[in-house]
Structures are given as structure tokens and as C-alpha cells.
Design a protein around this ligand. Structure first.
Ligand code: NCD
Length: 306
């Protein structure tokens, strides 16, 4: 594996190998000394052209806990704000001899393009509305950990609903690709205005009616309404969005006792997810965050170790 650009690039063996090693890396979070020697002497740059809390800090922790040197470069505060092109920024960092560049950028396809310019391994940390492969891997890891703990088996045959602003979401694209490969059944739920073009070719069920599926799902994944990417009216009002697509306290009562609630974050509490749902004992939102560090350690190990 030279780069991690999209879920579709990964073989099924590579997916299982990443998830398996993530399970072992997860144990480090409980340890008092959080340091493994595998990436000693390697350098990882986090290059973020868009805002981020959990993705950036978990990649940084993942690199540091594996003993790599890690630095953060964000568009704000770098020469990008002086007009430097993305290509020049990448070639500059590459010329310093870094081993991996973890990149987030608003342009779909930008990380794959960057991979053609540099010697370093490129990791896609979110490219526009295209893909966010480590998010899907950490979502799967959090679900699998939960199902193993509660003796509910694997993802095979599980019903996962993904509800919300699917049009602007790179998370949904990576998740559909990965969950389908792991044998889960996916149902996408959104108003017609928030469905991605071509969604009917993705090979999964699509419905505008959350109430039709909510009592059957094993995982209710809610996605953020991405206001910063919306230019125009995608739904009549926030009140109507909540009424039709929010995981409200009343919908929560219809969720199975064994079902879980997932959200990649950041959450808009009171919009796509109520505070009652976010803080419900069935919520795995914080498990997703801790799986994020483990999965990113595993990905960096796969790319850079030996
Ligand atoms: C997601 C992203 O940036 O694509 N967040 C994340 O990485 N945890 C989803 C979002 O921004 O809503």
C-alpha cells in the first residue's frame, strides 16, 4: 500500500488487515505510557486546507504514539494565504524529505492529484465531497467493537441507515463503499434535494422517509447538515428538517434497544441529532473518536512501517 486515497483502492485483505491492527492499537489508549517504537525516525505532515478538530488531532496523536515526528501545516498561517499553489506547497514539504502527507482539501480528487507530484505517501483526510476513507474505517471499527462486546456478531447482514446531508458528504461515499464490502445493508435517508447525483447507481436502498426505517436499523448514522457548503435553500426551514430527518427524542423511543447511534462529528445538536440522542447510552459517538486514533495508527503503520 503506497497511498490511502479512497476505500475503493483497498483490497478486502487490506481492509481486514487495517481493522485488525487497529484493534491491537486500540489497547494503547488504556496504557499509561502511550508510545510504540514502530515509526521512529519517520516524519508525518498534517496538511489541512480545511478546518478540523478530530481528524487532525487524531492523526497527530497516531503519528506521535508510534514515535514518528509529526507537524501540522494549515492553510491559514501558511504560504497558501500568500497565494502559493497547492502544488508548490506540496513540493516544498516533499523536498524536506517527509515520509507521509495527510491532506484535507476542499477539492474532490485533490489528494489523488497530489499523489502524482510527491515522493511521500499521501493519506486522504477528506477531499471535497469525494471520500474520507479513514472516517469510514473508524466508523466500521467502532461498530465492530460494539457488536463484538455485545455479542451481536459482525457487520454481516446488519442494517445501517445513513441520514442527512448526503449531497455534501464525503463520509457517506466512503461508508457506502466500506460497509457494503463488509456485508452490511445500507439505507440512505435524505430529502431529494440532499441526495448526491447518481446515487441510484450506488447499489443501496434510498428513501426520503426516516420513519419507515428507524425501528429496523442496527446502526442509525446521522450526518451533519453542512451549512458552509450550502448556497441556496435545500430544505424549507430548520424546524421542518428536524421534524422529517432529525434523530429527535421521540424517534429515539422507536430505535431498537440493541441499536446504536453514530455521528462522525462535529454535531449540530438540535438539528440532525437531539442532545438526548447524542448522549443516549446507545450513542457510540465518542467510541468513534477513540477508534479514530487506533485506525489512523494502523493506517500509518501499514504505509510507513518497515
Ligand atoms: C466530517 C468531514 O470533515 O468530512 N467530519 C470529520 O472528519 N469528523 C464530516 C463533517 O464535516 O460533517
Amino acid at each position: 500500500m503506497k497511498h490511502l486515497l479512497s476505500i475503493t483502492d483497498l483490497s478486502t485483505d487490506e481492509i481486514h488487515s487495517i481493522l485488525h491492527l487497529a484493534g491491537r492499537m486500540h489497547q494503547l489508549q488504556e496504557a499509561r505510557v502511550k508510545k510504540l517504537p514502530y515509526l521512529k525516525g519517520r516524519t508525518v505532515v498534517n496538511l489541512f486546507f480545511e478546518d478540523s478538530t478530530r481528524t487532525r488531532s487524531s492523526f497527530e496523536l497516531a503519528a506521535k504514539w508510534l514515535s514518528a515526528d509529526a507537524i501540522n501545516v494549515s492553510a491559514r498561517g501558511s504560504s497558501v494565504s500568500k497565494g502559493e499553489s497547492m502544488r508548490d506547497t506540496l513540493m516544498t514539504l516533499d523536498a524536506m524529505g517527509v515520509d507521509a502527507i495527510v491532506m484535507r482539501h476542499p477539492g474532490s480528487g485533490s489528494v489523488a492529484q497530489a499523489a502524482g507530484w510527491v515522493r511521500a505517501c499521501m493519506v486522504n483526510a477528506g477531499d471535497g465531497t469525494h471520500e474520507h476513507p479513514t472516517q469510514a474505517l473508524l466508523d466500521a471499527h467502532a461498530m465492530l467493537t460494539h457488536f463484538t462486546r455485545t455479542k451481536l456478531g459482525t457487520l454481516e447482514g446488519k442494517l445501517v441507515s445513513i441520514t442527512g446531508d448526503l449531497l455534501h458528504s464525503r463520509v457517506v461515499r466512503s461508508n457506502v463503499a466500506l460497509l457494503s464490502r463488509l456485508g452490511a445493508r445500507v439505507v440512505l435517508v435524505a430529502p431529494h434535494t440532499l441526495l448526491p447525483p447518481g446515487v441510484e447507481t450506488w447499489g443501496v436502498q434510498v428513501t426520503p422517509d426516516l420513519d419507515e426505517v428507524i425501528s429496523d436499523v442496527d446502526v442509525a448514522m446521522m450526518l451533519r447538515v453542512q451549512r458552509e457548503r450550502m448556497h441556496g435553500g435545500f430544505f424549507p426551514s430548520e424546524r421542518e428538517y428536524v421534524a422529517a430527518y432529525g434523530l429527535t427524542a421521540s424517534r429515539l423511543t422507536r430505535l431498537r434497544p440493541t441499536a446504536v447511534i453514530a455521528h462522525p462529528g462535529p454535531m449540530n445538536r438540535g438539528l440532525e441529532i437531539s442532545s438526548t440522542a447524542a448522549d443516549d447510552p446507545r450513542s457510540i459517538v465518542l467510541d468513534q473518536v477513540s477508534s479514530g486514533v487506533a485506525v489512523r495508527m494502523s493506517v500509518l503503520h501499514h504505509l510507513l512501517a518497515d
